[in-house]
Design a protein around this ligand. Structure first.
Ligand code: AMP
Ligand code: MG
Length: 349
């Protein structure tokens, strides 16, 4: 299959004909990858069972891992869920459009293949202008997981999408580099107390400010409790190299990493040793391949996390020593992803 590539940009938007083409591919059951403010999504018609099947196939995604439906307005929400709880109305008013996904009871119109056989459906209204316009033009909710091969880091550029999916899908909408670099927060609003099923850009504190008490699913951190979001049980965002996170005060972390890198460099080519650092610390490592995931002081660390994990794969490093982000404002989401990438391997220093 030839994958068509089209462009969207902040100032020029879409070419109208190309947008129509993208929308009709979706309506007719094809697959279109598109930018959102979190990561690139692999979109298919959320109301067609066959489209969901194609998404699972293209990604190599286990079919018990349900898809998030992306909508462009509240009327679309009413068409796919049985009821909209009061807490969901408040959360939608405050965080939609934006990186928040809510889990509702689904109407029959949503096929079980889309929801991994569940009676609930996860829904999000993205704030990315191109995404909203594309969904509105398609006129149907668009089922979209991240546009990568299952188990690989989520894509933040159209080039990442092409690496994994070129020739397997109908179209890629190239909207350049996308912003947040990690996924939406998922909140189950079918329970009495809204419950976080996956941490993300919107923190617990931000949610509690508008709806009061919010719970966190105990299965979230990869222990022995089964997570409520089926996808949380899979190993995500994993680079090919072994990875270990150093936790503690940053000057201690830098010292400990340097000590261990030097030890490792006596038996390994230093070019095969990766160090995951930040703008503030990147100059402090004399040995190894240092990549920065953003700035601590500007709160952008995490933005480039997936990009950096991919680049470590490209360089071919065999081991990655990583700093931690425990002290950052949005640390719950970035630490959750970092520790998953590291297979929960960390040491306290
Ligand atoms: P992704 O689109 O790859 O970011 O993953 C979607 C996430 O949403 C996965 O962790 C799914 O398990 C979760 N999810 C989707 N639908 C539901 C649902 N109905 N109930 C709980 N979690 C869901
Ligand atoms: Mg994903």
């Amino acid at each position: 299959m030839q994958t068509i590539k089209i462009l969207w940009s902040e100032d020029k938007g879409f070419n109208e004909e190309e947008l129509d083409r993208a929308a009709s591919i979706i309506r007719e059951g094809g697959l279109v990858a598109f930018p959102t403010e979190t990561v690139y999504g692999l979109g298919g018609n959320g109301l067609l069972a066959d489209a969901s099947k194609k998404i699972y196939e293209a990604k190599g995604r286990p079919s018990d891992n349900p898809l998030i439906l992306h909508i462009s307005d509240m009327a679309m929400l009413s068409s796919i869920v049985t009821d909209i709880p009061e807490s969901a109305k408040v959360l939608a008013e405050n965080f939609w459009p934006g990186p928040l996904t809510m889990v509702f009871n689904k109407k029959d119109i949503v096929p079980g293949t889309t929801t991994g056989g569940l009676d609930t459906v996860a829904v999000r209204m993205p704030v990315h202008k191109g995404a909203l316009e594309f969904i509105a033009r398609a006129g149907v909710p668009i089922a979209a997981p991240s546009a990568n091969t299952s188990g690989r880091p989520s894509p933040t550029r159209a080039e990442h999408v092409a690496e994994d999916l070129d020739g397997k899908i109908d179209m890629i909408i190239d909207g350049g580099y996308v912003g947040i670099g990690y996924e939406s927060t998922i909140v189950d609003v079918t329970s009495n107390v809204p419950t976080i099923l996956r941490t993300g850009f919107i923190t617990k504190a931000m949610l509690e400010k508008v709806v009061g008490s919010v719970a966190i699913d105990p299965g979230i951190s990869g222990g022995s409790v089964r997570p409520k979001a089926p996808g949380m049980k899979y190993k995500h965002y994993a680079p090919k190299a072994d990875m270990i996170v150093y936790r503690g005060e940053i000057s201690n972390v830098v010292r400990a990493i340097n000590r261990d890198v030097e030890k490792m460099a006596t038996t390994k080519n230093p070019d095969l040793i990766g160090i995951l650092a930040t703008e503030e610390t990147r100059g402090m490592y004399p040995v190894g391949q240092v990549l920065s995931v953003g700035s601590r002081s500007e709160g952008t660390a995490g933005r480039d996390l997936y990009d950096v994990l991919r680049r470590f794969d490209e360089i071919g490093v065999k081991i990655i020593y990583s700093e931690n982000f425990d002290e950052m404002e949005k640390s719950e989401a970035i630490m959750n992803r970092l520790l998953k990438a590291a297979g929960q391997r960390w040491i306290d220093v």
